[in-house]
Write a protein that binds this ligand. Sequence first.
Ligand code: 9WN
Length: 444
Amino acid sequence: MVITQSRSIAPELDHDQLARTAMRILIENWHGYATVPSRRLYPHQWSWDSAFIALGQQHIAPRRAAVELLSLFGAQWADGRIPHIAFNPAVADDAYFPGPSFWRSSHLPAHPPIDTSGLIQPPVHAIAARAVMDSLGAHGSDFASRAYPALIAQDSYIRARRSLNGLAAVVHPWETGLDNSPAWDEPLRAVPVDLLLFDSYTRRDIDHARSSERPTDEDYARYVRLALGYRDHGYNDDWVRSQSEFVVVDPGFNALWAWSELALAEIAQVLGRDPAGHRREAERITTVLVDQLWSASHQIFLARDVRSGDLLAARTVAGLIPLVLPGLPAGVRDALYATLTGPSFGAGQPGIRGVPSFDLTDRRYNPRRYWRGPTWLNTTWLLAEGLRMHGGDELAQRLRDDMVALVADAGFREYFNPRTGSGHGTSNFSWSAALLLHLLAERA
Ligand code: 9WN
């Protein structure tokens, strides 16, 4: 694995300053039992955000990291799903759209203890829980014994209620975490833009971020329609898997599910339970993922549109995330490395910072609109972890240096232009702060 050029990193003094700012952001975004991704744009608790946030918090306040995860698990549904948003009752209903009165989780017969959305997000929580368990020292097994049942229930929900041909299906772009990815353009075309619906709500996101950096009104109307359909069918997964206008199998979501099984195996071991089932499950998901979503012609994993049965020919960062899996066949691993460092993503190349969220050579690439090109710290961190595990230490280090340099130059923004490094989306974004702390702690 050859790296062409290494970027110089910010001096140590700047690192102390960055770490202090990151801590301040996490403290300001903490609301007593959880951390909001951003005070104004995302004023509640988000599911996969909390996992990334806990990874950073473990270095400064391990017990707070534990509370972050356990409070999210407190919003878990009876069926095991961990909702993508857990609403803060102290925040006005219309501070974020769609808010609690849209999702109506409290109307469900077995309703969760607080208001939540009805969707899920990529299951990265076991990965965070394993790290938090370690950071708690002697208290780690107490935490693990509380977290493990919630994680098992989440895992069972995905397997029992979301599986299609052995992989997990997602039923809304928001469930992928990469909401506005160009991979969803094609399946979303099947979702009508309902003009009546259009006038029935007010987008709050564009009060707090530039509309040119957020999804279009048409796509937002599609998001709303899909969420309403699921809600109005009582969040019934049999209905949604067979009838929804949007059902896709995403390589990023499934790779993280498989990686979580490996984290669950480690947690199980600490609790004196048999980890073998989790390891077998990780292997099984990896095999099916390669079998069903690897595209030899595109040299990357592609999402599948369940409605049409077709692979969606968009090279996105989600298609690289399977690099986190130790069980990848060597040929697939090497091809992924070549795609990651080649013209589509340019990782490690001069003039490219981090890993762009979308193919630099595609005409739809947009370095400022969310998930359609910018570099995000969470996906770049995931790829650095994958590289490190497969022996690509040099590029892993370069990506970590890129992440620090992006934040040093542009601040704790939500996402960054991969070429210029300019910051976009919201400011004081929690997972940017948390992952920066995580990187700096690993360096120390
Ligand atoms: C919808 C909170 C979330 C992230 C997602 C990101 C964005 C929400 C939105 O913000 O999604 O869930 O309103 O755009 O796409 O990954 O979890 O940070």
